[in-house]
Structure formats: C-alpha cells, structure tokens
Design a protein around this ligand. Sequence first.
Ligand code: KET
Length: 441
Amino acid sequence: MLSGRSALPLHSQTARVPAAAPRRCVICAHAVNAAVATKQESRLAFVEQAPPDPILGVSEAFKRDTSDDRLNLGVGAYRTNDLKPYVLNVVKKAEKIMIESEENKEYLPIEGLAAFNKATAQLLLGEGHPAIKEERVATLQSLSGTGSLRVGADFIGKFLPGRTVYLSNPTWGNHKNIFTDAGVEWKEYRYFDKATVGLAFEGMLEDLKAAPEGSIVVLHGCAHNPTGVDPTREQWGAIADVVEQKGHMPFFDVAYQGFASGSLDDDAWAPRFFAERSIEMMVAQSYSKNLGLYAERVGAINYVLADAAAAKRVLSQNKRIARALYSNPPVHGARIASIVVGRPELFAEWNEEMGMMAGRIKDVRQTLYDELVKNNPDKDWSFVTRQIGMFSFTGLSPPQVENMTQKHHVYMTKDGRISLAGLPSNKAANLASAIVDSFKV
Ligand code: KET
C-alpha cells in the first residue's frame, strides 16, 4: 500500500484517540505523521452556513413538525383536496405511449427536443403566429422556469452588458438569486400598493419611465407571484407604451400559463399583446405547474425578435451558454409535453385537467374568504378573492407569520404569502381563525 519510499499509506485516516497516544492508521496501524493527524479542521471550515431558502426551506421546516394540524402553504405546488400530489392523467397517458414506443435515452441536441420547442413556442404565441412562421423566435429547451431564466440572465450578462434588470417589488424571491449569480445588476420597480392591496400602477409607470433606456424589465406573464395582482388589459397597454418609448426589453416569466385561469390563451394574453405590438422580448416558460411536471424540469427560454437572422444567431449563443451550464436538457418531461400538446385528444384533456386544478384553487379561495368574513366581518377581506393564481398575499407581517407557524402550525413564506394549492377545503375554517388571530399580534 506504500506509494513511493517516504510516502504514507494512502489510507492514513486516524482514529479519534487521546492526544497523548501515538497516532496510527486505523486500517494498518502504521504510525501517522503527527502534523497530518492533528489537523482536524477542513480547509473549507471558513464557509458559512447559507440561510434556508425562503420558499423551499419552509417545506423542510414543515417536515420537522409533528402536529396533526400542520399545514404546508409554503411552496406553490398543487395538491388534491386530500393533500396528495397530483400526477395528471394526460401525463400518465403520454408516459404509456413513450414506454410502448421504446424511446431511447440518447443525448438531446443542446437546444432540446425539436418537437417540444415547436410546441412550446406555439403555446406561448398561439398556433400559426407570424413570428413563428417567419422564424423570428429562438427557442431553447431548458431546465424548467428557473433554468430558462438563468440562461436568459447569462445571455443578458454576456450580450447586453451594463444593462440593468428591473424586477417588480415584490417578486418571486429566486429572481434576485438568478440575476445576482449571473452577475447582472438588478433594481426594483414599484408594483404592489399595500394601502389598496392592488397594483401600484402609477408608481410602476414612473419607475419604468425613470429607468435608463434599453433596460430589461422582468414581467410576470400572469398570476403575479407573490401578490396575485395582475395589471388589467388597459394597464398592460400603458406598460407596453412605456416599454416601447424607452426601448426597454421585456423579459416575461410565464410560470402559470393555463393554471391561473384554466385557459392557456387568457393566461398568455400579456406576452401575446407585446408580440402583437412587435416589441422584441424574452420569455421564460415553465411546465412545473400547468403539467404538474415539477421534478422533470421542463421549460424553455424564447426570444421573439424582429428578424430571423438575429434569432438564429441568438439561438447559437444560447446553445453556447447551455453547453457550459448543463450541456443539454433532460428528455423525459419534454417528450411528455410534446405528446400532450401534439395529440388533439390529449391536448383537450389537458385543458380540462388544468381547468379542474384552477377551479379547485378558486373554490378554496372562495371558501377561505367566506370563513374569514364569518370570523371577522369588520375587516375588508375582498383582496382574497380579487387575487388570482395559486397564492394569496395576506399582508401578514413577519412576526404575524411567526405566530401562524409557531402557534397554529401553518407553514408559509415570511412575506405573508400562502399557497392555496396546498389548502384542503375542510381546513379553510382553521386557517381563517389562525389568520384572524395572527393579525392581532
Ligand atoms: N417563476 C415564477 C414566477 C415562479 O413562481 C416559479 C416557481 C418559477 C418561475 C420556477 O419554477 P420552475 O419549477 O423552476 O419552473 N415558484 C414556486 C416554486 C419555487 O419557488 O421554486 C413558488 O414560488 O413556490
């Protein structure tokens, strides 16, 4: 076992023995160099503990709670009314088709599965959209919404250096991580008005007008996370006017298409409206929620551009970015999505299932509202039913959220967001009384 004359045995681990005893290798009892033996501390000992993730860390804390009343309303993941994760029927059917056709596991091209890329651009813009026909859309399959945003962020860092990214205040917490880690500077624009529990529309327009020309503006395609507050169509018009006047580049994050309203078309209205106005844009898409493919990491980054030659070159550079990040994307979920979108009977069934999921969330939102009104009729709870999508942004402060968790075993994010997708209707009354109680803290 000796490698070279003076070398130590390769397996020179020491047993933990009193300091005075001679140090010996635990395997062959060879005497071990004292300097090596006493060096207990890792060269990485200076690395500090990272804080738990504000969203996914909530699920970790929830798992440690043993109370029967515990409720996980942290992460935005759909559950049935019995709190079971839901695998869509269309997903099971697509997987059956895949097994029967004995698909292989070869690497995908760097840009992903061609059938998926075609389907995802069509879902986004609508079938037969001129931008698709004219090959002005560059689409790269990536690792769900997060990975697609990150590829886009790296592209901005490389090809639009010095541009600032504007994020809504508040926004999905991971946006900040993504742009920070890509080395792209970000700032915030006003979005939420606490007083009205609605859109800070004037403030938003002012901030976008004040941003340097050619800035990148991250916009939530629908069902804004965490507020559940979206601009009206008229307001989108005014936002598009400013974006156009200032030459900003919109970067849409579309994580809830079809899942917010139950309609793929309605939920894609805003990015389609920008495309209609020929505003060049970036769009990240996710299939975590609408196809329930959370763990399969299915999504895409799209660039809807003014000319086909630019789209071709932009795609080539996105491939270069993806190659170094993860080389090529996973195939399984992309095949599922392309089969579901590509077969009319499965596509129709998918729409029904999305309608069912969106419907359950709407129902439980209404039940929660009714229970809140019953519990405390003096407070205006109308914001609960005005908000759309998966979440309710309650306005609870961090100490009040602490009360929700410590006293009532309700796990939620510190910003006061609750995921209604994790609420069974028979727990709505408990949740309402926990919220009313916590507002007194
Ligand atoms: N964008 C938004 C706005 C978003 O809410 C999520 C996920 C994503 C992108 C990314 O999802 P992906 O699975 O990478 O496609 N949001 C939920 C889960 C999470 O935080 O990762 C959430 O807010 O709970």
